[in-house]
Design a protein around this ligand. Structure first.
Ligand SMILES: *Cc1c(COP(=O)(O)O)cnc(C)c1O
Length: 371
């Protein structure tokens, strides 16, 4: 039996291990110098004024919904084809996520349909850069200006991607990244908010730290906040990963391009379309089976691949069809047909920095045999 090929794996070198151990030899395990250093390095990498580290990408999204005052009575336009956190962050604050179906080719929110979803209650748009492919941000920026909406860019899957030359995460009022171990870089758990708005950054730093303000002391809490801090241990890991980010992304681009070459001409699947505006920073490698395949066919293929030692997954289950969204809002199959048709037919194949041509050939061979 050949060795199992995992779906994802982090890329950790001795530099990361040394950096973490060095922090453990100091007394500063949280709110120490590594936090400031990580935030500064991250802001420099993205070219923003501010970066605010937090305990996860989800925490970053939640902090921003608070910082922008999203609350009951507000609506937030977003995509149903995403990880559940991009809509949950609105719901947690009592704002209503309003879904707009996706483009059948780019798999991102269909910007041409957003305006029809905007009402007098709409306060923000949360576009998601799905699988590292940046959402069509120009029309979204125009709409946001016209209707006075905030844009929170969920770039958790797109660190290092660009849109018309501008970095993912910098295209709205604020952007969020996640550092779970399957992302382009990892801190174990962790996230980062980026923005040019110093006032929003100050508020985010307060919200992540129990509502404390700069000078008031440890037991002064002028506002309701959370403990969404990121420890200096995680930050040291993040600094070491960020120092290697160009290499990490280059490896992922190599793997993506090897898959694209290997599968070009395979008519039974489609790949995500990349428009000329976008430079992708690949997060996962997902193929969409042709319309002739059903969800059952797809699920059988996932089981069979797994049996043959190929790590795989569906990506994503539509957010509106998650049980608590159905119960609360009455969503049902058919509400967002493009998203659902896609989600029923996705197969995520192994994708990480260390995959060889030989691994990729084996994965594609097994997939094609099952097709
Ligand atoms: C990974 C991810 C997040 C954040 O995830 P955490 O596990 O909370 O760091 C948010 N949105 C999307 C689209 C993601 O892929």
């Amino acid at each position: 039996m050949p060795e199992r090929i995992p779906l994802a794996r982090p890329n950790i070198t001795q530099a990361e291990i040394d950096a973490v151990v060095a922090v453990l030899q100091t007394p500063n395990l949280s709110l120490g110098p590594k936090l400031t250093e990580f935030e500064r390095a991250f802001a420099d990498y993205c070219g923003t004024n501010e970066a605010v580290a937090c305990s996860s990408g989800t925490a970053g999204l939640h902090i921003l919904t608070r910082a922008y005052g999203l609350s009951p009575g507000n609506e937030v336009v977003t995509t149903p084809f995403s990880f559940v956190a991009s809509a949950n962050c609105a719901l947690i604050e009592g704002a209503i996520p309003v879904f707009v179906d996706v483009d059948p080719h780019t798999w991102n929110i269909d910007a041409t349909r957003i305006e029809a979803a905007v009402t007098t209650k709409t306060k923000a748009i949360i576009p998601v850069d799905v699988f590292g492919n940046v959402a069509d941000m120009s029309p979204i920026e125009t709409l946001a200006r016209t209707h006075n909406l905030r844009v929170i860019e969920d770039s958790c899957e797109a660190l290092g991607a660009r849109y018309r030359g501008r970095p993912a995460g910098t295209l709205g009022d604020a952007g969020v990244f996640g550092f779970y171990p399957n992302k382009q870089m990892t801190t174990g758990e962790g996230g980062m908010i980026i923005t040019d708005d110093g006032e929003i950054a100050r508020l985010c730093r307060s919200l992540r730290n129990q509502g404390r303000d700069g000078g008031g002391g440890w037991l002064a809490h002028p506002r309701l906040g959370y403990n969404y801090r990121l420890s200096d241990i995680n930050c040291a890991l993040g600094i070491a990963q960020l120092a290697r980010i160009d290499e990490l992304i280059a490896q992922r681009c190599r793997v993506l391009s090897a898959y694209q070459t290997r599968l070009s001409g395979e008519r039974r699947i489609a790949l995500q379309r990349l428009t000329p505006e976008v430079e992708i920073s690949p997060f996962v490698f997902v193929v969409r089976l042709a319309d002739a395949y059903t969800q059952n066919d797809r699920d059988r293929i996932l089981c069979e691949l797994d049996d043959r030692g190929i790590g795989c997954s569906n990506y994503f289950t539509p957010i509106h069809l998650q049980p608590f969204y159905r119960e609360r809002f009455g969503y049902k199959p058919g509400d967002f047909p493009v998203c659902e048709g896609l989600a029923q037919r996705t197969v995520a194949l192994p994708f990480h920095h260390e995959l060889t041509e030989h691994d990729i050939d084996r994965v594609c061979h097994e997939l094609q045999a099952l097709l």
